[in-house]
Write a protein that binds this ligand. Sequence first.
Ligand SMILES: Cc1ncc(COP(=O)(O)O)c(C=O)c1O
Length: 387
Amino acid sequence: MTIAKKDLFDFDTLLKRRGTASLKWEKYKARDIIPLWVADMDFRSPPAVIEALHQLVDYGVFGYTITPDELNEAVMAMLESKYAWKVKPEWLVWLPGLVTGLNVACRAVGEDGDDVMTAVPVYPPFLSAPGYSRRNIIKVELHERNNQWRFDFDRLEDSITSTTKLLLFCNPHNPVGRVFNAEELATLAAICQKYGIVICSDEIHCDLILDRQKKHIPTATLNPDAAARTITLMSPSKTFNLPGLSCSFAVIPEKKLRQSFKKVMQGIVPRVNAAGYAAARVAFTECAQWHAGLLEYLRGNLSIVQQAIYQIPNLSMAPVEATYLAWIDMRATGVNNPAAFLEDAGVGLQDGIEFDAPGFVRLNFGCPRSLLQKALDRMNAAMAKDR
Ligand SMILES: Cc1ncc(COP(=O)(O)O)c(C=O)c1O
């Protein structure tokens, strides 16, 4: 898609987020630390989303809200047009968060004491959800080979136990930025089929594909068996910067699995709120140009991050195929606690320890370029001083 005007949307303006109860910015309240940690972008949401929320506020009635039919239709149309995935409305289960979905999936599959498998490093709630759900976690390491993070499928298969019932899978992957290809997905799905493992496929970053050669493939679209054993989790929240509006959904084609999932939710998981629904509907139907503009901007930011990181001795990162997150390896620097070291230098990144990978940091480049450049300059200066 071509964007009519180069500056149709403004991703350059520095927003004042301090003092707005922002999780990202309040962490470093009153400290000169640029927060590039949690996955929320320093951009205003698309104008059409803001307009829809204005309309809701002007109406002024905020009663309990059921899922609007138009939203289910918008999601079904979106999945069909992007992935040729024909989804029935009853397969959609709306959730106030994807992390909720990960935890519900852990409780909905298997029994207390069963094993849940995941590949590390990974987004921290993947690591905590099994334990919160009285399951054991089995961690299988992803490997970086030839500058690309990959599964070791033999190792993964060897780690499966007789009580492994669920795989928590992240694609596109946070934090390593991979968009797993058809072959990798087919291998993973075949292993899960062989051992009767349910797949919970977190695809929250699927609309943030930065590498033009890559294409997102929902795990459930691989074949009928994969469709039946997969709980897909999706949301407009990362793409359209709506994480505070708590609106996401699961797609669960298989009836029994869907019933188990819904049963676990009963009485615990609240409804999605009216603002989340309103924003989601418009995000999925009216924001294609904003989305295209965002991807262009993020690609520009990624290239600045890559250039900066490649120039700093002993820092490395594999290409980011998707997400606005760079996964930086600082193990060769000899710095003991890289996240703390960089905080002292005025840059707040997320510590790899939280992802089960000490020595790494995760940098969120979803911010105005001037702020990103300032943070990278600070990193460069701190590393130069350390040499
Ligand atoms: C892979 C992944 N899943 C889930 C989430 C969070 O989802 P939610 O805010 O809807 O709970 C994130 C946020 O960064 C994420 O990266």
